[in-house]
Design a protein around this ligand. Sequence first.
Ligand SMILES: Cc1ncc(COP(=O)(O)O)c(C=O)c1O
Length: 348
Amino acid sequence: MSRFWSPFVKDLVPYVPGEQPKLARLVKLNTNENPYGPSPKAVEAMRGELGDNLRLYPDPNGDRLKQAVAEYYGVTPAQVFVGNGSDEVLAHIFHGLFQHDGPLLFPDISYSFYPVYCGLYGITFEQVPLDEQFQIRVEDYRKPNAGIIFPNPNAPTGCLLPLQAVEQLLQASPDSVVVVDEAYIDFGGETAISLVNRYDNLLVTQTLSKSRSLAGLRVGLAVGHPDLIEALERIKNSFNSYPLDRAAIVGAAVAFEDRAYFDQTCRKVIDSREKLVAQLQAKGFEVLPSAANFVFARHPQQDAGELAARLREQGVIVRHFKQARIDQFLRITIGTPEMNQALLDALG
Ligand SMILES: Cc1ncc(COP(=O)(O)O)c(C=O)c1O
């Protein structure tokens, strides 16, 4: 604390990201990164950008990337917003679209950045409990609200809400913005982007950090009605005109264009997940049904905090949340078959 701080800074409760250890050699299954590298074509395209060009500012609109995303999803570039990671895109959404009378609704067990943004932008919120099976119950969102946001698949549970249920939510709250945070959608879900032309209150966010293996590049996006996108552009252009650098614009665009590599690596992650689920179950774990690149699992006889600590001693890091309802679960990112085996060996 310092006398130079603006008054509201002292009350901020910032997000705590998962550990990025400085030690090499750890089997890192704690922050849902992709164990396979990004598209080699994307890497090559980025290398081509790293030269004399860097003396020039990048395209403030990231049009090359918007075009690639628009083509991939069959929408127009005016329906696409791009930013420095989906965290930044989400921040602009909270700032630009959720500051209304009434509470923002999101699940009680969900991405822990949401309450942090509410704190930053002075947004009131209400956390809607997941049911006993840790599923979102759409009926529970039929109440006055200033907006709805949830990850799909949810984080950290990995559970998927079917597209039909997403549509019910949209229909029940036609006068507020519904944001579907699809950070993990490519590992087993169906994107709600197919609904954006029918629902002007729908905004879908995605990231290149997971299925496109570019967490280190920081690129995220939103797709929705051009009026919603314009709100985000207004915020962005009042904050940072150039959120994406030259390498990020071209690398992310090529990652969208290289569909073969994307399909192949997603498939490998999904196959490994199915195998790991069965192996964890064989060890007595209860594993929630996952459509993401991680699983959420608990063992009836082992304390999750202790398990996480003992795994760490053996060089395997997973994520444990000290939070009501889920403090006996571990969130385990899907690694390569070798990484997953190291986890199983350590558990053994
Ligand atoms: C549900 C969810 N949304 C958004 C993000 C942010 O991703 P990024 O800022 O890397 O795009 C994450 C990251 O883990 C996440 O789990």
